[in-house]
Ligand binder design. Structure first.
Ligand SMILES: Nc1ncnc2c1ncn2[C@@H]1O[C@H](COP(=O)(O)OP(=O)(O)OP(=O)(O)O)[C@@H](O)[C@H]1O
Ligand SMILES: [Mg+2]
Length: 306
């Protein structure tokens, strides 16, 4: 089985000589929800279109299920998608809409409409016209449409747009079930940090066409944690002492040599004392707390995400 479902290498796209996707190398492991986060115009939809073969890259490589889609176009049949706002026929019901679209796509699998509707919990609204759906129902019908034919990879462009917090939690639950129970892999985009934070396992931050950071939520959780920040004369010796004398391993050292300890077993004073006894000079010591928004603001050069 392939480890990575999607892998791009130095993917770039220009529109009229304007670069809109720049050297993007992203990796989506199997069974994960990858959230592509970026402001309007960052290039999210463009990347998704390239992955789906709906737009061509100017340079770079795409691998889907370990294969080059230009040589093996059959890989596209393993992907379901919502790109931008899906349009459905307002006077048709959910099942009627899904049947029409699956016929258009040449899919004639029995029961697939019913199965997809059941997965997104829309079976009860069988006779309701699309025009009378709530926004959340519309989004879920979009996901049902993407799920037709049971694809292994879902590419969902802003599926939580306009949803209220409860709607977002519901979509998260649905997407989690699809990955954890059904083993599907999901790429989703959003311009809202607070939304993507609730849904994704891995976040890719796209800013003006560049993928600035790709990090998993466990790492990100650390940015939101409280920590003891200590700046010392010798960070190598200091971290050795932390590990050997205090058995503290949950720490990070940044480029300037400042140590952040995410473990509050010991009071900052105790750590200060230990360093003092060992001849390590402490020039700064405080309790800090990270903030994800601030982190993103920093890496996007001050503009932030949402
Ligand atoms: N067909 C096109 N022709 C020319 N420029 C385009 C085309 N499609 C997109 N662009 C430009 O590429 C850039 C990235 O657009 P894209 O739609 O990928 O951004 P996005 O991150 O999806 O934004 P949004 O959050 O608004 O959906 C924008 O500057 C856009 O104007
Ligand atoms: Mg878009």
């Amino acid at each position: 089985m392939e480890k990575f479902i999607v892998k791009t290498t130095a993917l770039s796209k220009r529109y009229n000589d304007q670069p809109v996707v720049k050297d993007v190398s992203m990796t989506i492991p199997k069974g994960k929800i990858y959230g592509l986060l970026g402001r309007n115009g960052a290039g999210k939809t463009t990347i998704m279109k390239i992955l789906l073969g709906l737009a061509s890259a100017s340079s770079g490589e795409v691998r889907l299920f370990g294969q080059a889609p230009d040589k093996y176009p059959e890989v596209y049949s393993r992907i379901g998608n919502i790109i931008e706002t899906p349009s459905f026929y307002p006077y048709l019901s959910g099942p009627e809409n899904l049947s029409v679209f699956s016929k258009l796509k040449g899919q004639v699998q029995k029961n697939s409409v019913a199965k997809a509707l059941e997965l997104v919990d829309l079976s009860h609204a069988e006779h309701k016209r699309f025009a009378n759906y709530s926004l959340g129902m519309k989004q879920r019908l979009g996901i049902a449409n993407a799920l037709m034919n049971d694809p292994e990879l879902l590419i969902l462009d802003e599926p939580t747009n306009g949803l209220d917090p409860i709607g977002i939690v519901e979509i998260r639950k649905l997407l989690k079930e699809l990955t954890e129970i059904k083993g599907k892999t999901i790429l989703i985009s959003s311009h809202q940090l607070s939304e993507i934070e609730q849904i994704a396992d891995i976040i890719g931050i796209l800013h003006e066409g560049e993928l600035l950071e790709e990090c998993d939520m466990n790492q990100i959780a650390q940015h939101n944690q409280r920590f003891i920040s200590i700046t010392v004369s010798d960070s190598h010796q200091a971290t050795r002492l932390l590990e050997e004398n205090l058995q503290l391993t949950n720490y990070q050292v940044d480029e300037s040599g400042t140590i952040k300890i995410f473990d509050f077993t010991y009071e900052p004073q105790e750590i200060n004392l230990l360093f003092g006894k060992s001849g390590i000079e402490v020039s700064s010591l405080f309790i800090g707390s990270g903030n994800l928004e601030e982190h993103f603001r920093e890496i996007t050069g001050g503009v932030g995400i949402a």
